[in-house]
Design a binder for this molecule. Structure first.
Ligand SMILES: [Zn+2]
Length: 527
C-alpha cells in the first residue's frame, strides 16, 4: 500500500519529514518523496490529505490488565468525597447477594475536601455485611470494609507486614486503610473475573487505546492469567495492539521464569520480556521512600517494599535469563537505592541488559547524572506531574521539588526518557502526556506553569512516546520510527502537533491508527 500526500514525521535520527510511505507485509519498505516511487499497478493508495503522521504512540508504562479489570469494577475516579463513594457502594450492594464482594478502583483523597484518608465505617454503613475492597487511584492503598478485614483475619493484633502498613485509630483498631504490601492481606480474596469477561474487557480497552492514538504499551506488571488472555486473543485475531510486558513481581516471576527465554507471541503482538519490581510506595499515600521525612507527616520516611538485596538478586537472575528489569522507585531514597543496585549489577554482566527505573519521580541532585552514566532508562509519566502539582509541595517542601518530575535535568545530563501515563492511574490518552511534557500545565489551563524550566521540547516529548520507548526495550531496530524495515505502526492526526498552540496539544485526536499496516481505528482522512 502507498500512503501519500502526508506530512510524515518519521522520527528518524535526522528528523526527516516525508510525504509518502510504502507498506508491504506490515512493514515500511519506503519512506520518502512521492516523485521517487512508481507504485505497482493494483497497489492500494491512501491519500493522507496533508495530515501530520507520526509513528504509533506507545505508552511506556501502561497497565492494560489493570485498566481491563477496572472496567469490571466500580470506577471511583470522578468521586469528590468519601460520602459519594459510599453511596456508589450502597447502590452496588443493592444489586448483589448479601455476602458478595464489591471491588472498585480509582479513589483519590487529595481531591476531597480536607483530604482525609477514608475509613471502613462509611463502607460498613453503606453495605453492611458485604466485603468491600476499593483500590486507590495509584494502586498503592486499599480501603476495606469491616467484613473484608474480617474475611482476611485482620484485627488489632495483626502486625504490619514487611513493606506495608495497616492504618490504625488511636485505640489501635485497623481503620480499613491498607498501604502497599498490607494490601496483600485482602486483595487476593477478591474473586477474579471469568476468562470470558476478562477477555472482553481487554478487547474493549485495546479499542479505547487505539482510538486515542496508542499502538502499543509497555506493561509494567502482568500476571500469568493476563498472559494467557492476551495469548488467547492473539490466537483469535482479536489483539490489534503491541504489548511488551514485565512480569508482576516475585510471584509471577517465580511461576514464569522456568519458561526461560523471552517469549514473543503473534508476530510481535506480545513479548514477555521483563521483570517488574516495586521498591517503594507512592507519594499520594505517603509510601514513597524519602531520605528525610515527609513535610506533612513528620517521622514518616515511607516504605521499602522489597529489600534492595532481594532486588539485586532478582535483577541478576532475570538479566542472566535475558529479561530486562524495571524497578518502581518514586522517592529520592528509593531512586538512590535502585541506582546503587543497578550500578553493582551492570558492573558484573557482559552484554548490557536494559534496566529501567519506573517513575524516577523524586531525585536527589547527585543521582540525576547517574542515569546517563549507567545507561539506565528513566521511565517517566508527564501527567503525574500535572496531577500531583496540587499537593506535591505539601509532601516534599520546596528544596526537594527541584528534583521532582525533573525531565529537563535528566535529559540535559544525557539520558533519554521512556514516556508513559501509568494508566489507569491517569487517562491513557497519550496527547495528555505530550501536553503535560511540553507545558507542565494542567489541561484546564488555570494554574500557572509548574517549574517551567523542566519542560521538554515537542520533539523530545514525541520521541519519548515513540523511538525512545522502543530503545528502552531494545526494539529500536523494529519499532519507534517510520523507516524502511520497521513495523508500519502509525497515526494520522487531527492537528499539527509541532505547530498548533501548546494548550491545544491535549485535544489532538488521531483520525487514522494503523498497526502492522492495517487500519485498526479511524479511516482514510477526509479533506
Ligand atoms: Zn504503574
Amino acid at each position: 500500500m502507498l500512503l501519500t500526500n502526508g506530512r510524515i514525521h518519521t522520527m528518524d535520527a535526522a528528523g526527516s519529514v516525508v510525504d509518502s510511505l510504502v507498506i508491504r507485509a506490515g512493514r515500511v519498505v519506503f519512506a520518502g518523496r512521492r516523485a521517487d516511487i512508481n507504485p505497482d499497478p493494483g497497489e492500494g493508495v491512501l491519500d493522507l490529505c496533508r495530515r501530520v503522521v507520526l509513528p504509533g504512540l506507545v505508552d511506556g508504562h501502561g497497565h492494560l490488565m489493570l485498566l481491563a479489570k477496572a472496567r469490571l469494577e466500580l470506577d471511583l475516579t470522578s468521586a469528590d468525597s468519601e460520602r459519594e463513594i459510599a453511596a456508589m457502594v450502597g447502590a452496588a450492594a443493592a444489586r448483589r447477594r448479601p455476602d458478595e464482594w464489591i471491588a472498585g478502583r480509582g479513589w483519590d483523597q487529595t481531591r476531597w475536601p480536607g483530604q482525609p484518608f477514608p475509613t471502613r465505617e462509611s463502607l460498613d454503613r453503606a453495605a453492611p455485611g458485604h466485603p468491600v475492597a476499593l483500590v486507590r487511584v495509584d494502586g498503592h492503598a486499599t480501603w476495606a470494609s469491616s467484613a473484608a478485614l474480617a474475611r482476611a483475619g485482620v484485627t488489632r493484633h495483626t502486625s504490619d507486614p514487611p513493606g506495608g502498613r495497616i492504618a490504625r485509630d488511636d485505640c489501635g483498631e485497623p481503620t480499613g486503610l491498607l498501604i502497599d504490601m498490607a494490601q496483600d492481606l485482602v486483595r487476593p480474596l477478591v474473586p477474579t473475573p471469568s476468562e470470558e469477561r476478562f477477555d472482553e474487557a481487554v478487547r474493549a480497552v485495546i479499542a479505547e487505546c487505539l482510538a486515542k492514538g496508542l499502538t502499543g504499551a509497555h506493561e509494567p506488571g502482568l500476571d500469568l492469567a493476563a498472559v494467557a488472555s492476551y495469548t488467547r486473543l492473539i490466537g483469535r485475531g482479536h489483539f490489534p495492539f503491541r504489548v511488551f510486558a514485565a512480569l508482576s513481581g516475585r510471584k509471577a516471576w517465580g511461576e514464569y521464569r522456568e519458561r526461560g527465554a523471552v517469549e514473543t507471541v503473534g508476530d510481535g503482538r506480545l513479548t514477555v520480556g521483563a521483570l517488574k519490581l516495586w521498591l517503594d510506595g507512592a507519594l499520594g499515600s505517603r509510601g514513597a521512600a524519602l531520605h528525610a521525612p515527609y513535610c506533612d507527616d513528620p517521622g514518616n520516611t515511607g516504605l521499602i517494599l522489597v529489600p534492595p538485596e532481594e532486588v539485586e538478586r532478582l535483577t541478576r537472575e532475570a538479566t542472566s535469563r535475558g529479561f530486562h528489569v524495571w524497578v518502581h522507585a518514586i522517592g529520592d531514597r528509593a531512586n538512590a537505592l535502585v541506582l546503587d543496585v543497578f550500578e553493582k549489577v551492570l558492573g558484573a554482566v557482559g552484554p548490557r541488559p536494559r534496566l529501567r527505573v519506573e517513575h524516577a519521580q523524586i531525585l536527589a541532585p547527585p543521582d540525576i547524572p547517574r542515569f546517563a552514566r549507567l545507561g539506565v532508562v528513566p521511565s517517566m509519566q508527564p501527567t503525574h506531574c500535572t496531577s500531583d502539582m496540587r499537593w506535591a509541595s505539601e509532601r516534599l517542601g520546596p528544596r526537594r521539588l527541584e528534583g521532582a518530575y525533573a525531565w529537563r535535568s535528566v535529559l540535559d545530563a544525557g539520558a533519554y526518557i521512556a514516556g508513559g501515563s501509568d494508566f489507569p492511574v491517569e487517562d491513557a490518552n497519550p496527547f495528555h502526556g505530550l501536553h503535560a511534557a511540553v507545558t507542565r500545565c494542567p489541561r484546564d489551563g488555570d494554574d500557572p506553569r509548574w517549574q517551567p524550566a523542566q519542560r521538554m521540547t515537542r520533539d523530545e516529548a514525541v520521541r519519548s512516546f515513540t523511538i525512545w520507548n522502543a530503545r528502552s526495550i531494545g526494539r529500536e531496530g523494529e519499532l519507534g520510527s517510520l523507516e524502511p524495515g520497521k513495523r508500519a505502526d502509525l497515526i494520522a492526526l487531527s492537528d499539527d502537533i509541532f505547530a498548533c498552540a501548546e494548550e491545544r496539544i491535549a485535544d489532538i485526536t488521531p483520525v487514522l491508527t494503523m498497526v502492522g499496516g492495517e487500519v485498526v481505528a479511524g479511516g482514510p482522512p477526509a479533506r
